[in-house]
Structures are given as C-alpha cells and as structure tokens.
Design a protein around this ligand. Sequence first.
Ligand code: EAT
Length: 451
Amino acid sequence: MELNYGASRQQPRQDAAMQRFREHRFGQFVHWGLYAMPAGYWQGTEYRFAAEFLQKTANIPEPEWAELAQQFSAEAFDADAWAALAARSGVKYATFTTKHHDGFCLWPSQYTDFHSGNTPAARDFIGELVAAYQRHGIDVYLYYSVLDWHHPDWRYRLESAEDQQAFKRYLDFAMNQLVELAQRYPSVKGFWFDGTWDESVKANGRWTWEVEQRLKELIPGLIVSSRLRADDLGARHRDSNGSLMGDYESGYERRLPDPWDRSVCEQDWEACMTIPQASWGYHAGPWAKRTRKSAAELIDMIAHCTSLSGNFLLNFGPRGDGSIDPEDAALAEQIGNWLAQNGAAIYGKGVATNWSYPGWGYYTQEADSETVYAVVTKWPTARRLRLQLPAGERLLAATLLREPALQLNPQELETSLFELELGNSSEETLVFELTTAAAEEQSWTEPNPDV
Ligand SMILES: C[C@@H]1N[C@@H](c2nc3ccccc3[nH]2)[C@H](O)[C@@H]1O
C-alpha cells in the first residue's frame, strides 16, 4: 500500500557508517540518571521492579521525584574511568541515556530546567562521556525517550482537542531537544529511541519520520533505530507493508531471536540486555543482585547474536554517585579478556550461511570468507563435538583461538560429519577456527528418504 511515512528502503544500508556499526557487534548500553540514587528503594521499601521505573512503581508524586535533582551531585562520576573500563570490556560502541522516561536530562538543555546543569553536580555528563569514549576509540550513540513523565504536555492518548494541542507542543519540544543533541554532539553515530509505544506517538507517524529526516540532515550517515518509527497507520518498527523502518531492528529487549531463526539475518538488528534479570537502572536490592547473569551467559549471547548477524548491546547501570558497581566492572573485564583471545570470531563476523545451528554453540563467519569459527558454549557431556559441515565439505583442522594454540584433528564419521575429541579442557567458552576443503567426489549420492 502507498505510505507517506513508511520504510525508506527495502534492503539494508551498505554505506560505510552502517558497515562499521554491523562490524562492531558488541556495544555498551548505559542507563544512568536520578533513579540510580534511590536504586530501587523508596522510604525504606525495596521495590522489586526495574529501578528506572521507581517513580511509577512507588507512586511517587512528580514534584517529589523532581526534588531528587537537588541531591544529584555525582561526586564519583568519572567519564574517563567509564570509557577505560568500556574499552577493556571489548565494546566498540556505547549508547547513553540522555533522557529516560522521567524526563531528567543529562545535558544542559535549553528547552527545560529539569537537567543536570541545575543540580549540585552542574555538569554536562553527555558532553563529558562523548569526549571520553571517543578518546578511547569507542563510537557513541544517544538514547532518547520520547515518553516523558515530567513534561506537562505529554499525553498517552489523544482524546480531545486539548490533548491534540498539548501533544503538538510536546512533539515540538522533543524535536527541539533532539536537534539540540545533534548540534551539541555532532560526532555521535546514531540515536536509539525508546518510549514510542503509546497511542499518542503511534498517531504521529509523520513526526517520527520527520525526526529521522531532520537528524540525518544534521549528521550525514547517522544511524536511527527502528523503535523511533511509526508509519501513516501507526504500525511500528515495520511499516504496514512489512518493511523495516529506521536502519536496524531494535525490538529485541531482554530477549534474543531463536538461534536457528535465519530470517532475522535479512536485516540489521540489535538486542539489548540487562545484567540483572530486569533492571536497566542500578538496583541495590537482593531482588536484582541474585538474578545477575554470569560472564559465560553473556558471552554466549554475544556469540548468539553474531551467529545471526546481529549486534549485542549490554547494559550497565552506574550507581547514583556516578561510580561503577564493582561486580559490573569485574564482569566487564571477564568479557573483555575473553574477547581479547576470541574476538576474531565476533568482530566483523556474521551468520555462517551454509552451516546449520549445531546446538552446542554457534558458527560465525565473515561475509565472503572461507573461514568459519565454532564457538563452543554448551559442552557435550561426552566431550566429543560433532560438526555437520555443508554438503561436499570436509574438515581438515580445528585450531583453538585461545593461547596456548591447540590443533585438533577431526575424525570423519561419515560424509561431511566430523567429530572433535575435546579431552579435559576446562569448562569455558572455547573458539575453534575451522579449516575446510571440498570433499573428494563421491561415486554415489547419499539416499535421502522422505521418511
Ligand atoms: C531499553 C529499555 N526500555 C525501557 C522500557 N520501558 C518500558 C515500558 C513498558 C514495557 C517495557 C519497557 N521497557 C526500559 O526502561 C529500558 O530503558
């Protein structure tokens, strides 16, 4: 059907900026703001829900919540320390919350008083982070929540002429803030949008289209997530013809596609994930701490996304004073150590098109390259790894990426089916670089009965 504000392309972008994004594969998400101070607690009660939602879960009146800004001194905030840890963790890009649902801005916006310049900290945190991360060679993306609990003109639904007028004022405010961010921080590589699911936004597909156009005029090559976009009829992420809007699919929030679902490879996509089960902002309570993921689980997710040509955006929620939770720092270092040894299987890699999902881990491959990597994340109890190669291929060798290098000689069980004896390697995520060759011609073709 004819749309004025639907998808602007059918095929993935092939420009250098987009290629750089997809080759990065692993990014850091950072959720930080006023909510990091109460950290899931209010008046002595632990609220077992996402810490960045505390204003709603604890039914805190807006003026009382806004008062938190007068305690926001962030005395331990150190952008360079954040960036140095991010670099050690192996991330190649970072996405920072500039304004979350509570409306508090981490930059001195000229369009509201509710910002970090009007706090005891009196700092432009976004400006400091953009500079520090770029000094460490990490690309920066900016998160912006369209949903805004603070702004008097925000509306969830448009049920009256007054609602329409108010929400028009709100959308003008949001557009002004987005242009302000693009003009203050023109070196950022993209915008990550959130809080666009309400009826009020879905009824304004044209505005979402205009935001994408305006920001890309200001920053050529800019990358915009699909979550910004609604079309003429209110369809989100994909327009009413099923075509992806924005530059990559950003609907995977705390979930990954099935590892065998090759349909997701048709477009660029990114999954975002929390370290605790369900809090993006720092939550100090046992509810969050006991659900923390291990380095092995997160490495599995990085390889999982790479094996389907997607990016993995891992969230860190710094504490209210601006320091990084030591447990998060340790996790970041563990992941970075693994990537330092095995990053060849992740950075710049994607789906190994002709290789089926093996179950014990993931195959990854660089487009137009013969080299395939096997990332073993689920150890077979028999400690023998079976590899079903594409028809007509045979496995010559499997070389461990980790030092000390170890080359395993595969045993051929039958045509294109090989086995590696893993021995008593320690229980960690191993990566093998696979060397393959065309199998000798067979005198007969294998029967394939329709059983
Ligand atoms: C990237 C994530 N998206 C935000 C969010 N808000 C929601 C409201 C309803 C259901 C899911 C949500 N996720 C979370 O607070 C976080 O910023």
